[in-house]
Design a protein around this ligand. Structure first.
Ligand code: NAD
Length: 484
């Protein structure tokens, strides 16, 4: 255990400052249970300080030409690349995911910065001469003021970068409220934002939990909120933002169905599907969790999948060759184990039991788990488990698989494994989840496309990153001119 773990600071107005919190939470390395730091539960007044700093920085930042704003992000990108390995290690240490998984998500975060450096082109407006004789019309994109993001624990480094670079490159100023469960990599990110020389108040960090987040929702000087987390909290955030008149994009939970057609290339698909289920210990909003083999594919797929899952190497994500790390906390481990108990009680067949994995570390490990003969109305088929648990739900036809997808309230992502263009097109055309993979188990849109699901998995209309985020972070002002 770290002697005297540090209490994390907030970054407000270009300075690292202590929070006014009366309470802190331990931040633990989930692989070892070692305390890494204490995270303060900042108060509403800490958030007020950050919003004030952001508000004061806005007029000058807004006037900074987009090409100059972009240069701050070029500097940040270089710094992120220089510190790539350290950032990835911090991420594995705070979250538990394996080092290759951390590298992947740090890379995805950097890609958001890269795309935002294109802001002079991305932010351009439109002009039409002679909308009437001698009258011209121009549509201009303008920043709005202060935006904020409330982030989840599962991609603690990357998710704030889905928003911050786009918002700030557009000329807004920004406040991040990281997950209280995994706040370490945001400390590193803000140290680099500081080093990149962003003017004081343009970017701010406030640690904390519900209270700090609630103040974001209520604060009259915050124009819009980007939320990523569970669906019940997304619903609350969406309703509150409506009440307080804010823009909002609220990305919620998931239950993703993976269809394996009888004509799928089984040899080439199984590793990819196992990675979708067990990557990041299943703590991924794009994780495939309900596996739906169709027709004759059921038995061959089941046998190969269980064999692959059984062979996964568990351990500390920093060790080479490890494929499955721990889940985030003792409490979350308990929750996942309760789902496994529920599945057994509901009558699903436990083909691989991860409840007592043999791992040398004493962290929060749950082994790869596979349930077979899962029925659509079982709790394990309905609720987001967010752990390394696969539910096999065999069906007879693609129509049955589509019915399953349509009957679920969440619609984040789905994938199909097939060699038939016709089947793939049917899924693309008919399925509601708005992130879809064809022979790809984790269909994660790149930073120049938009990220977000449908139905209960996404509340709002403009999604994360890509071109939609430029719409989210700007107002489109229309000017109609006639000169005498
Ligand atoms: P969570 O909802 O518990 O917490 C997310 C954030 O909300 C945290 O910063 C937390 O402090 C804050 N929060 C908690 N209660 C709040 C309240 N009442 N008001 C305002 N803020 C509050 O989620 P989590 O456990 O950190 O993350 C996992 C969840 O996130 C999963 O459901 C996962 O599917 C989802 N997720 C979704 C996406 C996506 O793209 N749709 C991406 C990543 C994670």
């Amino acid at each position: 255990m770290t002697a005297n773990p540090p209490v994390l600071k907030n970054y407000i107005g270009g300075k690292w400052v202590a929070a006014r919190a009366d309470q802190t939470l331990d931040v633990r390395n989930p692989a070892t249970t070692e305390i890494l730091a204490k995270v303060p539960l900042s108060k509403a007044t800490d958030m007020d300080d950050a919003v004030r700093a952001a508000r004061e920085a806005f007029p000058e930042w807004r006037k900074t030409p987009p090409i100059e704003r972009a240069r701050y992000f070029f500097r940040l990108k270089n710094l992120l690349e220089e510190r790539f390995e350290d950032l990835s290690r911090t991420l594995t240490t705070e979250h538990g995911k394996t080092l290759p998984e951390s590298r992947g998500s740090v890379k995805r975060g950097i890609e958001c910065v890269e795309v935002a450096t294109g802001i002079p082109s991305l932010m351009m407006g439109k002009v039409l001469e002679d909308v009437a004789r001698g009258i011209d019309c121009e549509a201009i994109r303008r920043p709005l003021g202060v935006f904020a993001c409330i982030a989840p624990f599962n991609f603690p480094f990357m998710v704030p970068l889905w928003f911050l670079p786009f918002a700030v490159a557009c000329g807004n100023t920004f406040v991040v409220k990281p997950s209280e469960q995994a706040p370490m990599s945001q400390q590193d990110l803000f140290a680099l934002l500081d080093e990149a020389g962003f003017p004081p108040g343009v970017v701010n960090l406030v640690n904390g939990a519900k209270d700090a987040a609630q103040r974001i929702l209520e604060h009259p000087d915050i124009e819009g909120v980007s939320f990523v987390g569970s669906s019940p909290v997304a619903e609350h955030v969406y309703a509150e933002c409506g009440k307080y008149g804010k823009r909002v994009q609220a990305l919620g939970g998931a239950k993703n169905f993976i269809i394996i057609m009888p004509d799928a290339n089984l040899e080439r698909s199984v590793d990819n599907i196992a990675e979708s289920v067990y990557g990041c210990a299943g703590e991924r909003c794009l994780a495939g969790t309900v596996l739906v083999p169709v027709g004759d594919m059921y038995e061959p797929f089941r046998d190969k999948f269980v064999e692959r899952a059984r062979a996964l190497k568990m351990g500390n994500g920093l060790d080479s060759g490890v494929e499955l790390g721990p889940v985030i906390s003792e409490a979350h481990k308990k929750r996942v184990l309760e789902y496994i108990e529920t599945g057994i009680k509901e009558g699903a067949e436990l083909l691989l039991d991860g409840r007592n994995p043999s791992v040398k570390e004493k962290g929060y490990f749950v082994g790869p788990t596979v349930f077979d003969k899962v029925k659509p109305d079982m709790v394990i088929a309905q609720e987001e488990i967010f752990g390394p648990v696969a539910c096999l739900l065999p069906v007879k036809t693609l129509d049955d698989a589509l019915d399953l997808i349509h009957s679920h309230d969440l619609a984040n992502a789905t994938s199909i494994y097939t060699t038939s263009g016709e089947s793939a097109r049917r899924l693309r055309y008919e399925a509601e989840p708005s992130m879809m993979g064809v022979n790809i188990g984790v269909a994660a849109p790149m930073s120049f496309f938009s990220f977000g699901g449908a139905k209960g998995s996404f509340l709002g209309d403009l999604k994360a990153h890509g071109w939609e985020s430029i719409d989210f972070f700007t107002d489109r002002k229309v000017v109609i001119s006639r000169w005498f």
